[in-house]
Ligand binder design. Sequence first.
Ligand SMILES: Nc1nc2c(ncn2[C@@H]2O[C@H](COP(=O)(O)OP(=O)(O)OP(=O)(O)O)[C@@H](O)[C@H]2O)c(=O)[nH]1
Ligand SMILES: [Mg+2]
Length: 327
Amino acid sequence: MSNPEVMKFEEFISKIIRGDIRSISRGLTLIESGSELSEVIVDGISANCGRAHRIGITGPPGAGKSTLTNLIAKQFSSQNKKVGIIAVDPSSPFSGGALLGDRVRMSEVWMDPNVFIRSLATRGSMGGLSVKARDAADLLDAAGYDVIIYETVGVGQSELDIVKAADSVVVILVPESGDSVQAMKSGLMEIADIFVLNKGDRPGAEQSMSNIRSMLMMKFEHAVKWEIPVLKTIASEAYGITKLCDSLTAHYEYLLSTNKLYSNRAKYFNERVEEIVRNKILENIMDSSGYFHNRSGNSNDETVPTLSPYQAAINLIEKIKNSLTQK
Ligand SMILES: Nc1nc2c(ncn2[C@@H]2O[C@H](COP(=O)(O)OP(=O)(O)OP(=O)(O)O)[C@@H](O)[C@H]2O)c(=O)[nH]1
Ligand SMILES: [Mg+2]
């Protein structure tokens, strides 16, 4: 960047930090598109990060995640907190149907000046999504948002990686049969700090609550300092929201008082660095070694590779090592 460009960029960063909505939006667009500038943005804001309470909300499709996210945001906003929502949508293109649906479901907070909503789509690379989601959260954190909520569907590793890295994870289940068993299988049980049984107006709600409780008792036999609450909500009637927000605040205070907030964040910071390194190696170094150019299988050479895949991988690592030592 030339000098005037650097000065303009610094002004852009300080506008983000001052909470300027247009600059925040632009920054998020750059992050989402995977622009090279996104790294410079994160570098520029990182000193101002770390103040927000990051909440991950996950659960099966249609469980009521968006409706609950809307209500949680409204509740925190009424406590004079600024709330940023990152709706991670792995399948639909940006500003596709899902976002429009969320606009309707989140209509109450859409006009609230304390609440900023952004939908994040994958645009191809699944691996990059969790990096982008965390970059986006950093930006909102630096911009002065007190609470940041990720909403992701609880299927797929990438989505789990995103919510797992939040300070507090809310897993939403519904009374429909087998959901709690499914949650156990898919790894949702391990990551929950708070369980919510939504659609508490449906038949079987009490039974599901006790199923979840007994599963938790089996899983966590030993006394743990944080006892995972199992809460009932009826999002469509805004029932149970105060209790849920109080539990979220209590969990954050628990993390602070036990220093777990910082040890958890340090752990996920290291994982994030590892992921960035992996992505960079894949994208930059392997690309420059010519690997990706040969990978499509479109070459005219019809011969089946004579190497084993392990030998091919070792050769590739050698190539990467050589290209690193040449730099
Ligand atoms: N009966 C009943 N319906 C509810 C409740 N909460 C949400 N719904 C309805 O369930 C449907 C799905 O709600 P959403 O909030 O969009 O669920 P979601 O988990 O965000 O859905 P996806 O993002 O598509 O996975 C909507 O029609 C809601 O009105 C509830 O407590 N009881
Ligand atoms: Mg939703």
